[in-house]
Design a protein around this ligand. Structure first.
Ligand SMILES: [Zn+2]
Length: 226
């Protein structure tokens, strides 16, 4: 098992995980990102996944190596933060390093080094789906309707009703529920999307006049009283 640090670029929150390899760590990072509270609109969350390599600390006095300390996994992070603190405080008489069992000279070392091999790093992008149920409810849609989506009568291309181009690779997909008339507009930036663009969705409940028109042109089924 290796240790990986996940950092979310969106909010700077980090998490640690142990995994077999970076692919497994990325899969974990994706689930972790989805668990976050990103609001109901949906978004794209970017994270970096970095393998934490074992750390080797070498202590020298003059030319002589007086100590070597290695640590791996989660200990590495703890050790690193202690060492950062020690480096800031370079006048103090330094305590012996953790794990050091030899006699620790009062004198300061001339140099110490952190060394580690190149770590596996990967950036991932996680598309967070909008919270459709909440958005539909906010638009005033009935919770009881089992929405049945159709693009019939939405305009756009004849062979592809309900689809509109927004230039470039961007597309808008319009559809409606044939049962209650709820209208849905999905925007996709397409394959050229940059980091800030992601699929979005809007729901809108038609007013009475619009609903009557939709029923008249066959987009919405006539409501039967039961
Ligand atoms: Zn419906």
């Amino acid at each position: 098992m290796k240790t990986y640090e996940i950092t979310c670029y969106e909010d700077g929150v980090t998490d640690l995980t142990e995994a077999e390899d970076i692919a497994a760590a990325c899969a974990h990072a994706e689930n972790w990102a989805r668990d976050g509270d990103w609001g109901e609109e949906g978004t794209v969350v970017r994270c970096s996944v970095t393998e934490i390599m074992p750390l080797k600390l070498t202590y020298r006095l003059g030319e002589a190596v007086v100590g070597v300390h290695t640590c791996g996994g989660l200990d590495t992070l703890e050790e690193r933060s202690k060492w950062d603190a020690r480096m800031m405080d370079d006048d103090a008489s330094h305590p012996a390093p953790d794990g050091w069992t030899g006699e620790w000279a009062e004198a300061m070392w001339d140099a110490f080094s952190f060394s580690s091999d190149v770590a596996d790093v990967e950036d991932i992008q996680v598309e967070i789906e909008p919270d459709h149920a909440t958005l539909m409810q906010a638009a005033g849609a009935s919770e009881d309707c089992e929405h049945k989506w159709s693009t019939e009568g939405e305009g756009g291309l004849k062979e592809n009703p309900g689809v509109w181009s927004t230039g470039g690779t961007g597309l808008i997909f319009e559809s409606h529920c044939t049962r209650c008339g709820l209208r849905r507009k999905e925007r996709s930036p397409g394959i050229q999307n940059n980091h800030d663009e992601h699929d979005t969705v809007e729901y809108r409940m038609p007013d009475e006049d619009e609903l009557r028109d939709m029923i008249e042109c066959g987009m919405v089924e006539e409501q039967t009283q039961d």
